[in-house]
Design a protein around this ligand. Sequence first.
Ligand code: AMP
Length: 281
Amino acid sequence: MTPPPILRRLDDLRASTRAWHRAEDTICVVPTMGALHDGHLSLVQAAKAACDRVIVTIFVNPRQFNNPEDLANYPRTEEEDARKLARFGIDALYVPEPDQIYPDGFATTVSVAGLTDVMDGIHRPGHFDGVATVCTKLFTQTTATDAFFGEKDFQQLQVVRRLARDLDLQIEIHGCPTIRDIDGLALSSRNLLLSDRARALAPRLYEEMEAIAEGLAAGRPFGELQRAAIDRLEKTGFTRVEYLDLRAADDLHLLDAPTRPARLFAAAWLAGVRLIDNIAV
Ligand code: AMP
């Protein structure tokens, strides 16, 4: 198949979406920051199955980076991304120029309370305001009827669901399962930044989470399982475990036992790279 048309300006995007709405087509959007891997492509596939038209967006959103070094190092592989998308037959690849998202004098922030008071909301100050603002922009710019997000970023998924509900956006938010490498490591664009040695150690995070899930299923207390897992991770070479929490899947409240639908959430640093993961328990 041919690579998708790349649109860089809102006017060009609108020319397409207007025609699609006239034809009463449904429009799916898959927001990404590029450096596409099979996790992203699973969202594209789900979108293709659900909607008449599919727009993939690539925008490395400066407002969701709390660390300038992280923003500077973030992998950018647009040509390869477009090649990877060719086989899906999507209708547009929207790669907005920065002023199409943040025009001169841009002064609006979308901020979701509550869900952002924990985990990445604390460890990455301002991150979710950046995410919520750019998602709101991308939803209104694309006029999508459906949007696809990965459970890999579960807190983000819940924040986006909340903002769509609160702002009466006419868009359905779909969550898709986390795609992992064969050794269990959740696929992430940031994995490209790991050295060979660190890449070999990285799956330990998921292994420890699985071990906790098994311990919980066997009725062992969470606090004990959590302490032992953090201890082992730090001995393995993880320099800091920011959190390894058991939380309710809907409101992200802390739990000490999976008494309602729950997930384990982790963020940890390995060789200068911050890894996050979560699993249902
Ligand atoms: P990003 O480019 O990291 O902003 O991610 C774009 C979208 O892809 C987000 O909805 C992520 O949750 C999703 N995503 C990233 N990694 C994975 C993965 N391993 N499996 C499924 N979805 C993913």
